[in-house]
Design a protein around this ligand. Structure first.
Ligand code: FHN
Length: 425
């Protein structure tokens, strides 16, 4: 399979759930708490000894994702702190050795598969726990300034054996995995520093159809990318203004990963949540630029997704139930972005995402004589294409078409979608 074949389902599904969860949910100050506070592994140990998410039920997570219209999920199997949510045979620093005594990844995979979602694994190639991962002088390591770590004997190959071995475990022990989400390369810690070619060859041997992000390094935008440059680009906390194309101007798969508040991992004081409208319009913007949205939740130490996140996902899901056809299987339209919102398209179905009601009819530049029929997507109700009185005297109607919307306000102020069936060319 080549990248286009491998990523077809991914580009159809468009919308996934990112889940950042681990020991850092107990201090509840985000997943970088050890680095930010230069916390020793000894000080962090209390969380290992305490971790027991008694309310962890991944079936609930899966149902919330499905109800939100998310088609796949990516869960942290190990974040930078090195704590493994899965029963790795290569370390004792794992959930099965905490009071939880559970393989949290096994339960996640089974629950999300049961709900019909595809499953992905996030795996941090950075590891602040492993003794042979560089610490003193590293850009991010919690012990980067600690002189006690200055003369440590680091045999990075021992770390790489561990890292490659864990990836093998993850892709061997949990059935078919759909996405491998590595995170992240930096400075000279990139590409073959990770023995990335060897890693990818091993992955492709075990799970040939799996898709992989671009954070092992290399240049996915090259016309001849390295084998480890990835299947999709992974912009973070941003929707790339012009989408993402390779050096030949060809579209490449991309997925924007975005938090609901300002933290990936649980942060009890971070109440700066985005609105459902912002989430819906971000998803539409991604699709209108040929991209996906991976929307993050950070469950708490008990294993519950924060109520604020659940409430946002419920509103998004309600919109998706009525308007999901304008997302799934859709891509950018060749039409320029209209003043009142955005377009997404799927074959001869053009979806007009109207954000600004304006007054009078909605104007569709370039679509004169091209619209076979128009419907309000949410309820299927008929809309009429008609040129208003005198319009020919004062508007550019050489190319445009008008559709009347009843009422001064939009039916859905978050995003009113008009489905335009176009005549076949
Ligand atoms: O450092 C990580 C961060 O904790 C989080 O996992 C994000 C998600 O893509 N990736 C890295 C950079 O922010």
């Amino acid at each position: 399979m080549n990248r286009i074949e491998r990523t077809k389902w991914f580009l159809d599904d468009r919308f996934g759930m990112f889940i950042h969860w681990g020991l850092y949910a107990i201090p509840a100050r985000g997943e970088w708490v050890r680095s930010r506070e230069k916390m020793s592994v000894e000080d962090y140990e209390e969380f290992f000894e305490e971790f027991n998410p008694t309310n962890y039920n991944p079936k609930e997570w899966a149902r919330a994702a499905k109800a939100a219209g998310q088609k796949y999920a990516v869960l942290t199997t190990k974040h930078h702190d090195g704590f493994c949510l899965f029963d790795s045979k290569l370390t004792d620093y794992k959930a099965t050795n905490t009071p939880a005594k559970r393989d949290l990844i096994k339960e996640y995979v089974e629950a999300f598969r049961e709900e019909g979602l595809k499953v992905g694994f996030y795996y941090s190639i950075i590891d602040w726990y492993h003794e042979h991962y560089p610490a003193f002088g590293d850009r991010n390591h919690p012990m980067r300034d600690n002189e006690d770590f200055k003369d440590k004997n680091i045999d990075f190959d021992q770390y790489l054996e561990y890292m490659h071995g864990q990836v093998r475990e993850l892709l061997t022990n949990y059935g078919k995995i759909d996405i491998m989400w590595f995170d992240f390369s930096y400075d000279d810690m990139t590409g073959e520093k990770w023995r990335a070619t060897e890693l990818i060859n091993m992955i492709r041997e075990i799970q040939p159809d799996i898709i992989i992000d671009n954070r092992l390094g290399g240049n996915i935008k090259s016309s001849n990318p390295e084998i480890y440059a990835g299947d999709f680009y992974s912009p973070e906390q941003i929707v790339p203004p012009g989408g993402i194309v390779d050096e030949n101007g060809e579209q490449i798969p991309w997925e924007a990963c975005i938090t609901l508040n300002d933290n990936w991992g649980y942060h009890s004081k971070d109440k700066n949540y985005k609105s459902p409208k912002q989430v819906i319009r971000t998803l539409v913007e991604c699709v209108s630029k040929n991209g996906n949205l991976l929307l993050n939740v950070g469950p708490d130490a008990k294993g519950l997704i924060p109520d604020e996140s659940i409430e946002i996902l419920e509103v998004v899901g309600k919109w998706m139930r009525r308007n999901g056809e304008s997302i799934y299987g859709c891509t950018a339209s060749s039409l320029p972005k209209p003043e009142w919102g955005r377009y997404t398209q799927n074959g001869n179905k053009l979806y007009a995402h109207v954000y600004d009601r304006g007054i009078g009819p909605i104007y569709f530049a370039g679509l004169k004589g091209k619209i076979k029929k128009a419907r309000l997507l949410a309820d299927g109700s008929e809309l009429h294409v008609q040129t208003p009185w005198m319009a020919e005297q004062y508007s550019d109607i050489e190319s445009g078409a008008f559709i009347n919307l009843a009422g001064a306000q939009l039916p859905d102020e978050m995003d009113t979608v008009i489905e335009l069936e176009l005549f076949d060319n």
